[in-house]
Design a protein around this ligand. Structure first.
Ligand code: KIV
Ligand code: ZN
Length: 521
């Protein structure tokens, strides 16, 4: 095995944002991109610039403001797409154009309606054209794993001659199994002339749950770039999950690492993983399943007596990684109402949060409110408080008071007081249930009545005092807005989430972010 670094190419903002129901504002994309740079990814795919004004602007903003990683934008194999990508990437210090065209018989016949000769020519022209803007050009034969292998060899040979420097091999529909994917990568590595001067990349979808396994088998067979997304976001069942890829490589350096097992194989600061995962979950509104590998709430929890006993005697009996390695405090010392500002600030630092003084103050005040109601405040709670208090969105409407009466045989009724531009507005309403009543009262107090698309609630940690976290999806004029709210009281958490979504909606009104057109691939 080679000990050459494995490049982590993050596509959370492009393929990840193509997840059904995910929708990020431009400011949120920038916030995620900044965190990805802190995490240490090598390449950020910031968007698909030709597909909408919002995609173009987001890619341009990330290219302008985020230093460190190479910034790339996706483009189909035509001049218009490539020009849009080049223009969007213009401010980036290190830029890459990622161009692609489908190569499988099924895609060429039904989607492109083109012969393989035409596809070959388009691929060559696209790479040559992209080369006029930057030396760093990536080519993807879409649906590579269902393509004819000899055609793949032919097209990859041709695009290398045209100047491609990274060759990405997508399993677009998540069809192949690890053995097959590994064999394909090895075959290309052995049979495409000039490929040794290029980087081979993996891009695996998770339709059969194989995305991470396929990507890692690709690495074992010669790939040196992995395309992945935080929390495994992506089209349909998603992409390979960044956190799983990175921790598998780090935990099994013996398997992946070549001679020097101590030399990290990726540039990722693994202590930033938990924080990045939380941020992406908060901003996309995609909750993380509790048993999700690496970042799920149960990933480091031990329940059964035998396991707890084993871990207390020797941690490695049942733990192959430490919670600290992904940035969870893992400390048995929990915070509480007697924790002072200093203790809170220290814990925030330990958890990898770099906050401004104003953000820290805001988070500390909220922490005190919560610690008054909840005996123990865990690391997950601290992360949720910070996520809730440091949103990029302006608080146009602020919940100041909520009182709900509900129960069997009682008509659920809610009263809310909401601060709007310094003035207090009050409203009372009935509803089908306590949350419905609260939402009706909020609609009345704010004068905003978006469509409610989705609502969910989860406990941040365990136990009867756990913080509740509500996630709400609303829409207006076809645009989706996601809000989150936390509280020890789930009705209050629900009201906060609803107002957060309304604040997001109101803050983009008047600013033209363009219609939310999903990338058309
Ligand atoms: O899944 C896929 O094939 C893609 C390409 C555009 C790289 O996302
Ligand atoms: Zn994809």
């Amino acid at each position: 095995m080679s000990s050459e670094k494995i490049r982590i190419f993050d596509t959370t903002l492009r393929d990840g944002e193509q997840s059904p129901g995910a929708s990020l504002s431009i400011a949120e994309k920038l916030e995620i991109a900044r965190q990805l740079a802190i995490l240490g990814v090598d390449i950020i795919e910031a968007g698909f610039p030709v597909s909408s004004k919002a995609q173009f602007d987001a890619t341009h903003l990330v290219a302008d403001k985020v230093q460190g990683p190479v910034i790339t934008g996706l483009a189909r194999a035509n001049e218009k797409d490539i020009e849009a990508a080049a223009n969007a990437l213009e401010p980036a210090k290190n830029k890459r154009i990622h161009t692609f065209i489908a190569t499988s018989p099924i895609h060429m016949k039904y989607k492109l309606k083109k012969s393989s000769d035409e596809v070959l020519k388009m691929a060559i022209n696209a790479v040559k054209y992209a080369k006029t803007f930057t030396d760093d050009v990536e080519f993807s034969p879409e649906d590579a794993c269902r393509s004819d292998t000899s055609f793949l060899v032919e097209i990859l040979t041709a695009v290398i001659e045209a100047g491609a420097t990274t060759l990405n091999i997508p399993d677009t529909v998540g069809y192949v199994l690890p053995y097959e994917y590994g064999r394909l990568i090895a075959h290309l590595a052995d049979n495409v002339p000039g490929i040794d001067k290029c980087i081979i990349s993996t891009h695996c979808h998770n339709d059969l749950g194989m995305a991470v396994a396929n990507s890692l088998t690709g690495v074992r067979n010669g790939a040196r770039q992995i395309e992945c997304a935080v929390n495994g976001l992506g089209e349909r069942a998603g992409n390979a999950a960044l956190e799983e890829i990175v921790m598998a490589i780090q935990t099994r350096t013996d398997f992946f690492g070549g001679a020097d097992e101590k030399k990290p194989l990726t540039n990722i600061d693994t202590k930033q993983i938990y924080k990045t995962s939380q941020l992406v979950s908060q901003l996309t509104g995609f909750l993380i399943q509790p048993n999700k590998a690496i970042v799920g709430a149960n990933a480091f929890a031990h329940e059964s007596g035998v396991h707890v006993d084993g871990v207390l005697k020797e941690r490695t009996t049942y733990e192959i990684m430490t919670p600290q390695s992904i940035g969870l405090g893992g400390s048995r010392m929990v915070l509480g109402r007697h924790t002072g500002r200093h203790g809170f600030v220290e814990r925030c630092k330990q958890l990898g949060f770099k906050l401004s003084d104003a953000e820290l103050e805001q988070a500390y005040q909220r922490f005190k409110e919560i610690a008054d109601k909840k005996k123990e405040v865990f690391d997950e709670d601290v992360a949720a408080i910070i996520g809730d208090e440091t949103h990029v969105v302006e608080k146009i409407y602020e919940l100041k008071y909520i009182h709900v009466v509900s129960g069997s045989g009682v008509l659920p009724t809610a009263t809310v007081k909401i601060k709007v531009k310094g003035k207090m507005k009050q409203a009372a309403s009935c509803g089908d249930g306590p949350v419905d009543a609260a939402y009706e009262a909020i609609r009345e107090a704010t004068g905003q009545s978006p469509e409610l698309e989705n609502y969910s609630i989860r406990a941040v940690t365990r136990g009867k005092e756990a913080l509740g976290e509500a996630t709400v999806k609303i829409s207006r004029d076809g645009r989706i807005f996601i809000g989150r709210g936390i509280s020890t009281d789930i009705i209050e958490a629900s009201a906060r989430a609803y107002l957060d979504a309304i604040n997001r909606m109101v803050s983009v009104s008047g600013k033209d972010e363009g219609p939310e057109i999903k990338a058309e691939l």
